[in-house]
Design a protein around this ligand. Structure first.
Ligand SMILES: Cc1cc2nc3c(=O)[nH]c(=O)nc-3n(C[C@H](O)[C@H](O)[C@H](O)COP(=O)(O)OP(=O)(O)OC[C@H]3O[C@@H](n4cnc5c(N)ncnc54)[C@H](O)[C@@H]3O)c2cc1C
Length: 428
């Protein structure tokens, strides 16, 4: 008869939320996680594996069943089909084997952590002519092309336009700052891929930055990292010889010869590395908890204002902009504290800490180098830090190792140690 917490999605936000709920609620809750796959996909390191010529599926999958079992969390491998927030019911189809009959599950609390659809299917010509590194399939397709078929032509790298929705219009951050609006969902990956591509070209004697054009739908690429940080990055990149196209508006289509942008420009390229629009899943669209696009509306404690037993964390939440796993991880902890408060396991004073988003990004540059960004200025905070060098690279690789070793339970000191090492001890 314990309250039943159902977590939809078991990647960064879902796994993190479920583990923290167990930590803060102890035995006061029964917890179930539903995901369509039974492993965590460690997305941020896919580009590094691809450029190193390694199959990312061999190093970047962590089993969910055994991980969750350690905390007495039930796991269902199934496809969530519908969420009825009035009936407090989740409809799903078990998907270990095709042909399973639809089932449902009731909850006292639900945490929506299903991420987004990465909408490559909305980009004309992507399947035939595009590449990317957002999952194992596409990562391996790109790895094979780069290492076996690439003829040495120009490479275009960039994002489609993001459609933010109205779910953040009333949100104020960092003491009253209006919620900003983004034209790209997540531009760390294009910046990272651009730098790693140039290193790869050099290492393979095929050229360097001058072969790479990076494009953005916005006036400024990765604007959420802060104007100062991006200004410095762009200065470094143009000094190295990269080509930059801003205000592209959107991707109209991809052809054999290049990328056509909604602004009317065409970028000629042999290889097109694309990051699409991040779009909410269809079953979330039109729900009373969702915004105009289908992202789940929450306040800064990740609770839906109309349905207080509905929470969201990670990319599925309207408030998660840009779409970053680091922000989703912090949100999972906030959700867990709120549920612990409701169940009498945590005081309001301890639980009611609002989200203060930080863009925290360590991007591989190839050649054992990486960039490190820690910035909250876009949201109204005071910080904008950019570092580059070997130490950020070591931190990126160690973060992944520590994540796997601790099964996702990153120690509290992990971020502080990274900050200290990258910003103080080995500051470049
Ligand atoms: C190339 C690349 C590099 C990145 N690098 C970084 C980085 O350095 N730092 C950073 O912070 N972020 C980075 N990101 C962003 C980061 O990967 C995402 O923000 C993060 O994965 C979001 O976590 P999530 O748990 O909310 O969603 P997801 O990781 O998308 O997980 C959603 C989960 O829900 C499941 N699911 C979805 N729909 C259903 C359904 N209907 N039924 C059942 N299960 C379902 C999925 O199987 C999945 O396990 C990067 C992204 C990309 C593409």
């Amino acid at each position: 008869m314990k309250p039943h917490v159902v977590v939809l999605g078991g990647n960064f936000a879902g796994l993190g939320a479920a583990q923290k709920i167990r930590q803060f609620c102890g035995d006061a809750a029964r917890i179930t996680v539903i995901d369509r796959k039974d492993y965590l996909l460690f997305v941020p390191n896919i580009p590094a594996e691809v450029f190193e010529g390694r199959d990312p599926s061999k190093t970047l999958a962590m089993g969910l069943r055994s991980t969750l079992a350690e905390d007495d969390i039930e796991f269902i491998q199934g496809e969530v089909k519908a969420l009825d927030v009035d009936a407090k019911r989740v409809d799903f189809v078990p998907n270990e084997r095709p042909g399973a009959a639809p089932e449902s599950l009731t909850y006292d609390y639900v945490v929506v952590a299903v991420g987004n659809r990465l909408a490559f299917d909305k980009i004309e010509g992507f399947a035939e002519h595009g590449h990317t590194c957002t999952d194992f399939y596409y990562g391996n397709k790109m790895r094979r092309y780069l290492h076996e078929e690439y003829k040495g032509g120009p490479i275009a790298i960039g994002s489609a336009r993001f459609h933010q929705g109205d779910g953040t219009k009333d949100i104020k951050l960092y003491g009253g700052h209006a919620f900003p609006s983004a034209e790209a969902a997540c531009e760390g990956p294009p910046v990272e891929t651009m730098l790693a591509t140039a290193t790869w070209l050099k290492e393979h004697g095929m050229g360097g930055p001058e072969k790479v054009t990076v494009f953005t739908p916005a006036a400024l690429i990765a604007e959420d990292a802060g104007e100062q940080v991006v200004g410095n990055l762009l200065k470094i990149a143009s000094g190295m010889g990269f080509n930059y196209v801003n205000n592209g508006k959107d991707i109209t289509r991809i052809t054999k010869d290049g990328v056509e942008l909604a602004s009317g420009q065409t970028i000629e390229a042999e290889m097109k590395i694309i990051f699409p629009d991040w779009v909410p899943h269809d079953f979330l669209k039109g729900l009373p908890i969702s915004d105009s696009e289908g992202f789940v509306i929450t306040d800064t404690t990740m609770r839906n204002p109309k349905y207080p037993n509905v929470f969201a964390a990670g990319d599925a939440a309207a408030i998660t902009v840009p779409k970053l796993g680091g922000i989703g991880h912090a949100e999972g902890e906030i959700v867990a504290k709120q549920i612990a408060k409701d169940l009498g396991r945590m005081s309001a004073a301890e639980a009611d800490k609002e989200l203060e988003p930080v863009v925290y990004c360590i991007g591989d540059m190839g050649g054992n180098q990486a960039f490190y960004i820690r910035s909250n200025s876009w949201f109204g905070g005071p910080d904008q830090v950019l570092k580059m060098g070997h130490v950020p690279f070591l931190l990126k690789m160690q973060y992944k190792n520590l994540f796997f070793k601790t099964r996702g339970k990153m120690p509290e000191w992990g971020l502080d140690a990274s900050k200290l090492l990258a910003e103080k001890v080995f500051a470049a």
